[in-house]
Design a protein around this ligand. Structure first.
Ligand SMILES: C[S@@+](CC[C@H](N)C(=O)[O-])C[C@H]1O[C@@H](n2cnc3c(N)ncnc32)[C@H](O)[C@@H]1O
Ligand SMILES: [Mg+2]
Length: 405
């Protein structure tokens, strides 16, 4: 019988975890036996997670793809208030490490069958007695299903130390629950051919364990297990950019303020130059109520230092863009600063922002150049062509059953 899973079985296992995360919104998640971090890379998009950790005994395997867990450009360009820290460790699930205590969710996908029976005992103790997570998802092959897998005479993979029937998995899981105060639900992924599901079960069997009330993970955090505090080796850690970080919030706020101040200034200058109808029309369509506020913009007297340095052909005028205009017109400026008073304080010591003496307005330079000088602005390179701007617009089946072994 040619049995193929769609989506592939390893993806179904990972999707099972992702769906669980979507429903239960855990904040701290650790994937034991994370391998090449495939599951972690899916989980990092679920930003209710604040701490995402991977552990594997095979450090080389983790290192191969771990950089795929780094933030991408949009995480930097448009950071949110969500916080995410990713940590990867080399270590064995048979050993305790205090950094893994008190998690909301521990996942162990196709790992335990790689442990000797003695190590499974240690694993149970480390996970359920020491780490004491609120929930645990464990997946492992269901040996009853092997009759459907061509070429599998003994185990699905040569490194497997055992493959359990549903009854064997159930018996281990029930003992864990009794010993450590959990309850378990059994399910799985990879359905059997039609009509045989009841008799055989899923290809990968899954136990979802829930900590029973009464055990307080916070209390266990206070216990000082000095001798086994940090047995794992940290391979990688990264904090995702978040607006909760004051420096990042300031950076985003400053660029937002500079962008809108420049835009308002340009419109105002257009008005001054006589294109008043066009400028106002633009404001009305794009900024609505802000067209009225434009009249609050004013020219600041005196030339700027840099204008003086530019020589006689270039002169600068300074336009004051009131902070209350920026505050009332632009929701993102409002959202980032919280109040007009905060906006003032956040901008006060910013080296890229020049405020008026009473700190009520942002001062923006407006350069005026002679016609001939303006031609230089096209930045012709040696060839006479304009330079490009930096910111211009701006398993096989076995593999599947086994996945990543
Ligand atoms: C079959 S792979 C599964 C990888 C991953 N969980 C997945 O679903 O794709 C088993 C992983 O467990 C890791 N492993 C085996 N024994 C381990 C141990 N004692 N502690 C931590 N990881 C272990 C292996 O290095 C391997 O990456
Ligand atoms: Mg396996």
């Amino acid at each position: 019988m040619d049995l193929t899973f769609s989506p592939p079985l390893h993806k179904q296992r990972h999707q099972f975890v992702v769906d669980f995360v979507k429903r239960n919104k855990p904040k701290k998640v650790v994937d034991l036996g994370c391998g090449e971090c495939t599951l972690l890379k899916m989980l990092k998009f679920h930003r209710e997670i604040e701490l995402l950790v991977g552990v594997d005994v095979n450090g080389a395997k983790v290192k191969k793809k771990m950089h795929g867990l780094a933030p991408i450009s949009t995480d930097y360009l448009e950071p949110s208030y969500d916080q995410l820290r990713v940590e990867l460790y080399q270590g064995s699930v048979t050993q305790k490490d205090a950094r893994l205590k008190g998690f909301d969710l521990v996942t162990s996908i196709e790992l335990i069958e790689h442990l000797t029976p003695a190590d499974v005992e240690l694993f149970s103790e480390v996970v359920f007695d020491y780490m004491t997570p609120k929930t645990v998802i464990i997946s492992t092959p269901n040996s009853e299903f092997n009759i459907f897998l061509p070429g599998v005479s003994n185990y699905r993979h040569s490194d497997h130390k055992f493959e359990w029937t549903r009854a064997e998995f159930r018996s281990w899981a029930m003992k864990v629950c009794l010993d450590y105060g959990y309850e378990v639900e059994f399910t799985g992924v990879g359905k059997a051919p039609q009509g045989q599901q009841e008799a055989v079960g899923f290809c990968s069997q899954i136990g979802v364990f829930y900590q029973l009330g009464g055990r307080d993970c916070c209390k266990t955090l206070l216990v000082n297990d000095a001798e086994d505090l940090f047995s794992y080796t940290l391979l990688y850690s990264i904090n995702y950019p978040s607006l909760c970080d004051n420096n990042i919030l300031r950076r985003v706020l400053v660029s937002e303020v500079l962008y809108w101040a420049e835009k308002l200034k340009n419109r105002w200058m257009e008005e001054q130059a006589g294109g008043i109808c066009d400028a106002v029309a633009l404001c009305q369509t794009e900024e609505g109520a802000c067209a009225e506020e434009m009249k609050d913009l004013m020219e600041w007297s005196g030339a700027s230092d840099s204008a003086e340095k530019q020589g006689s052909c270039t002169s600068s005028r300074i336009v004051a863009v009131p902070l209350d205009v920026l505050w009332s017109c632009y929701p993102k400026v409002r959202m980032l600063s919280g109040s007009l008073c905060n906006l003032k304080h956040l901008l006060m010591d910013e080296p890229n922002i020049k405020l008026s003496q009473d700190s009520s307005a942002v001062l923006v330079n407006h350069w005026e150049q002679d016609q001939e000088e303006e031609e230089d602005d096209y930045n012709l390179d040696d060839s006479g062509y304009p330079e490009a701007s930096l910111h211009s617009n701006s398993a096989e089946q076995e593999e599947d059953w086994e996945a990543n072994d």
